[in-house]
Design a protein around this ligand. Sequence first.
Ligand code: G3H
Ligand code: 13P
Ligand code: NA
Ligand code: ZN
Length: 328
Amino acid sequence: ALVSMRQLLDHAAEHGYGVPAFNVNNLEQVRAIMEAADATDSPVILQASAGARKYAGAPFLRHLILAAVEEFPHIPVVMHQDHGTSPAVCQRSIQLGFSSVMMDGSLGEDGKTPADYDYNVDVTRRTVEMAHACGVSVEGELGCLGSLETGMAGEEDGIGAEGKLSHDQLLTDPEEAADFVKATGVDALAIAIGTSHGAYKFTRPPTGDTLSIQRIKEIHERIPDTHLVMHGSSSVPQEWLEVINANGGAIPETYGVPVEEIVEGIKHGVRKVNIDTDLRLASTGAVRRFLAENPAEFDPRKFLKLTVSAMKDICIARYEAFGTAGNA
Ligand code: G3H
Ligand code: 13P
Ligand code: NA
Ligand code: ZN
């Protein structure tokens, strides 16, 4: 059944687990996530970015998600709009039937320019008023996502601040977070704690301090009833980078957020964990390997089927690691 984010994350908070929120653009991703959820008895968050809406079209995405609900009626599913850049964008998604929207007012409407605090409060508060009147949940964002190592937001053509961010911008201020939640009434809050979008988060192998767990604790202490959201939570599996590069790819050395650090964050109030890049890497690896090994094949179902199982394995691993499994 389709449920709101609030409903799902309230349950997660009560029982101390986290829920991966996977980005979806096509049938194969939706199927991989739903099959993994079915196998592990996990609740699901499917989220569509502006890029996904541009690629597939909002009606197609909506119907893919509704098809998931129809085929797996026993699994709670949140249909979430990722990174909305204005109240108008969120309003269109609410009209389409999304059960949750993100109003990302940390950046201006261009999705690139860090916005001031008052602008963020204003657009987020207006979105909450509109969404709550329709039973739809709202995620806000405070702080600027960016790698604590590189200071970069990471996304090239999507959402992300341009240029190098200061250490101050890279960590959400706990006092400001408390004020923001009071002023806007958001259900969930995306915080900056050292993660960035995309595959290029860290240039060196992680040593256990990728995230500021201390900052998560400080924020959670002040706003215990607000569900914390960790964007940029891909782990960038090294085994998939090897498969890609062994079959014609050329991805430079790069590292993501270790799963164990995310699990530590979940112990301190993180409830929604956004993952896109890991599924992209697994898909690309599966396609490259199959086509390299089977140069005479031309039926796309042969390799698309393999993308489903590659992505499904990652989803199962995250559902199990985050404690989502068994909670559908
Ligand atoms: O917010 C970032 C997500 O990875 C979505 O990326 O805009 O390329 O679909 P996208
Ligand atoms: P990754 O690029 O780390 O997968 O993050 C995705 C995300 O935060 C979508 O909002
Ligand atoms: Na989101
Ligand atoms: Zn994000």
